[in-house]
Structure formats: C-alpha cells, structure tokens
Design a protein around this ligand. Structure first.
Ligand code: NZQ
Ligand code: ZN
Length: 396
C-alpha cells in the first residue's frame, strides 16, 4: 500500500429537504453576502431556486444571483461572476446545480481575491493562493465536484478545456437531496452514472500497488452504481436508487477510492478523462457520454500492461464468469461494461456520440491533449501524442 493523505473537509448534509439548511450552513461558515450561481433553466423551472433564495432571506443573508453557467462551463461567465462578486462585496458562493455550476463557482472563487487573470491558473503558469468559501445544493449526481479538489473550465478562445486541482476550492458544505435529481432527463442520469463509475475506475486502473481496503470499497461502489442506474432510468422517482447514485458520486471523487493506490506522480490514471476533456472542449458533448465513447478504445489499447487488473475488474465488478487466461477475462470485462453502457443509452464510440472525427480532428485533439507534444498522460500505461492519436482513431 502506498503512503497517502486523505483530506476531505466538506460537510455533507444528506437527505430530503437538505437544501433548506443552506442559509444556516452559510452562516455557520461565516458567510454574510452570498452569490447564488445556477445554470440554465432547471433550478428555476423546478422552483428550487426560489426555495433556496427564500431560505437565504430567512437566514438574513443578502444575496446576488448569477444564472447561465452552461455544461462545459465557460471562462466568460467566470469573469462575469468575478466582477459581480467584487461589485457586491460577496464573501460566500452558493452553487445550485451540477458539476458545471460548481466548477464555475470554484473558478469565480479563485478569481475574486486574485490580482492576475484567473485563466493563468488553468494554463498552469500560476498556482491558486486563495479561494472564496463555497457551498452547494446539488441537482445532478455526476462530476463529484461537490467533494473534489478539481475545477474544469472551458476557454472559448481556442476551445481549451483545462482543470486545476487544489484543496483551496474544496466546498465547505454540500446539501445532497436525492429528490432534486428526479427531474433529470434520462440522458443526463446515464451520463452522470457513467462519470461516477469512471471516477472510481481512473483510480482503480492505476499503478501496481495493492490496497485491498480501497479496492474492495471501489468494487462495491461500482457494483452499486451498476445496479442503481437502470432502476433510476426505469423509475426516475426511485428514491433509493437516486440516493445510491448521489452518495456514490460524492464518494467516487473525494479521494477515498484512491487511498494507497498508485499512479504516475498522482493517484490514478486519468488518461480517459484527459482524452475526454479535449473532446468535450472541442465538440461541446456531455462529459459522461464522451468518457463512454472513449473508454473501450483506451482499455483495449492499455490492457496488456495490466491484464490481471482488468481480469479482476471483470470478475469482481462486471461479474463475468472466470475462464481462459487473464487477457480473455480482461476482454470479457471490457465488453461487459460496454454492454452495460449501451443498455443505459450511452455511446460506445465517437460516431455514436454524434461526432464524425477526421484525421485532422484526431491530430488536433492529440496535439491539445499532449499540451502541444510536451506532456504524456496515464499511469497504467504512459501515453504520448502518437498513442493518444491512436486511441482517438480506434474510438471513431
Ligand atoms: O443548466 P440547467 O438548466 O440547470 O441544466 C443542466 C445541464 O443542462 C441539467 N440539470 C442539472 N440538474 C438538473 C438538470 N436538469 C433537470 N433536473 C435537474 N435536477 O443537466 C445538464 C448538465 O449539467 P452539468 O452541470 O453540466 O453536468 P455535470 O454535473 O455532469 O458536470 C459536467 C462538468 O463537470 C466537469 C465536466 O468536465 C463538465 O464540464 N467535471 C468536473 C469535475 C470536478 N470538478 O471534480 C470532475 C469531472 O471528471 C468532470 O470533468
Ligand atoms: Zn469525470
């Protein structure tokens, strides 16, 4: 087992009506003027936004509002939020929405106390030094941003999607009410479940280190999501299925499923995520669907580096019958996961994602993903620009 550090300071308030505690929670963390940030229509249409604003009024908290965070959240909206927070003297950010709204809040939180341009943090030319405190009312179980140290923003200039990781942006609290996810369209539910699975898988398919408690938790979490996803799709108001997905979403990306495991300098593999971020940055597709479209190609490309690991995944997560050598078991597990993805309406290649890639697209995607040929990605197998091109090509 590797040495590790687990820092997961976010207070979770889980269950029906959790959002009603937002005002009191903000007060308990010292907030006095709040920016309520949300997305397009869903929070307003469902009446959630009005309920949250009333709750802040009830707690005596003045607030400004900023809607319009879009999926693959944009830098221009972050800049608008930074200006608004400075004008209004905001000292606490409340995200009402999914991963895009939370990430937009995190970037605003980094930007307000900063003198330089916030994008420098995403370019990696500067490190975050401070962040406004943030809480959330989660409406979509997927990205795990409510407990993660990560923030992913798309710069419309050049359609670059970049992430920055730091404990400074970890949320003070997350109000998780599974009922708020009843209104999700089936496609978003499926994308969310896919992303949740892959947050655990990125850590599971990493270095050779043993960490049996972590592996067992990871396998249990993945099995739970595999069981709950079809239930939530069949009956969107199945509370237990929604609750399972929501809690699994947070646990899958708060660091727990990486404890003691390895990676190439950081915990986890993350190649699939990095390859996907270029896809959703360039073609504005849903992140979970992009992962589904790429993963099989990545898995078949790298599996010979760790066939035993893939075989264990096949047996313990996908429940495929043992038989043949590790390689055959590994391939059966990959195919079983693809069948599951198809069954919940996810694409298993890029054409099914609705994108027709040509050779020039492939070259550009790999160029961006490799930071213009300057970085490699992955840990189970280190991938350079040519490997990236080949994975995109095989995923077509
Ligand atoms: O904008 P509205 O109208 O609210 O609609 C949203 C949006 O169109 C809708 N939605 C959300 N809650 C709903 C709902 N519709 C009906 N009922 C509800 N209760 O769902 C759509 C997608 O929302 P979005 O927030 O974009 O989805 P998600 O949570 O999957 O977030 C995706 C973003 O997070 C990033 C992704 O790359 C992507 O940009 N990620 C962030 C991570 C992190 N910070 O830790 C890790 C992830 O790996 C990921 O990269
Ligand atoms: Zn993800």
């Amino acid at each position: 087992m590797n040495d590790f550090r687990l820092y997961t300071p976010t207070q979770i308030v889980f269950g029906r009506g959790a959002e009603e505690q937002a005002g009191q929670l903000i007060r308990s963390f010292g907030g006095t003027r709040v920016l309520v940030h949300y997305g397009g229509r869903s929070a307003r249409d469902s009446g959630l936004l009005d309920r949250v604003l009333r709750c802040l009024d009830g707690a005596g908290l003045p607030h400004a509002e900023l809607g319009g965070a879009v999926p693959n959240p944009r830098l221009s909206k972050v800049r608008e939020g930074i200006r608004l927070c400075r004008e209004e003297g905001v000292d606490f950010l409340l995200a009402v929405g999914g991963g895009s709204v939370i990430d937009s809040c995190k970037a605003i939180g980094y930007g307000v106390p900063r003198e330089g341009d916030v994008w420098e943090l995403f370019e990696g030319t500067a490190r975050p030094a401070a962040c406004l405190p943030i809480g959330c009312v989660l409406t979509l179980a997927a990205a795990g941003s409510e407990m993660s140290d990560s923030c992913v923003i798309t710069n419309e200039e050049g359609w670059k999607k970049r992430g920055v990781n730091s404990d400074l942006c970890r949320l003070r609290f997350a109000a998780l009410n599974p009922e708020l996810t009843y209104t999700l369209p089936p496609y978003q539910t499926a994308c969310g479940c896919t992303d949740i699975l892959y947050h655990t898988m990125e850590r599971y398919f990493s270095g050779p280190e043993e960490s049996e408690p972590t592996d067992s938790m990871a396998e249990g979490l993945m099995r739970a999501v595999l069981r709950a996803a079809p239930r939530a799709l069949e009956d969107p108001r199945d509370y237990e299925a929604r609750a399972c997905i929501m809690w699994a979403g947070s646990l899958s990306h708060n660091g727990l499923t990486g404890c003691g495991r390895g990676g190439n300098g950081r915990i986890g593999d993350w190649a699939s995520h990095q390859l996907e971020h270029e896809l959703s940055g360039m073609f504005d597709v849903a992140h979970g669907a992009g992962l589904a479209a790429l993963w099989g190609s990545w898995a078949r490309y790298v599996m010979d580096a760790a066939p035993e690991r893939f075989a264990r995944f096949a047996r313990n997560v996908m429940g495929t019958a043992p038989g043949g050598d590790s390689r055959e078991e590994a391939l059966a597990g990959i195919a079983a996961l693809e069948n599951f993805l198809r069954s919940i309406g996810m694409p298993v290649n890029i054409r099914e994602l609705g994108v027709e890639l040509d050779e020039e697209n492939i070259r550009q995607l790999a160029w961006k993903c490799s930071f213009e040929g300057k970085r490699t990605i992955g840990s189970i197998k280190i991938l350079d620009r040519e490997d990236m091109e080949e994975i995109y090509r095989r995923a077509k």
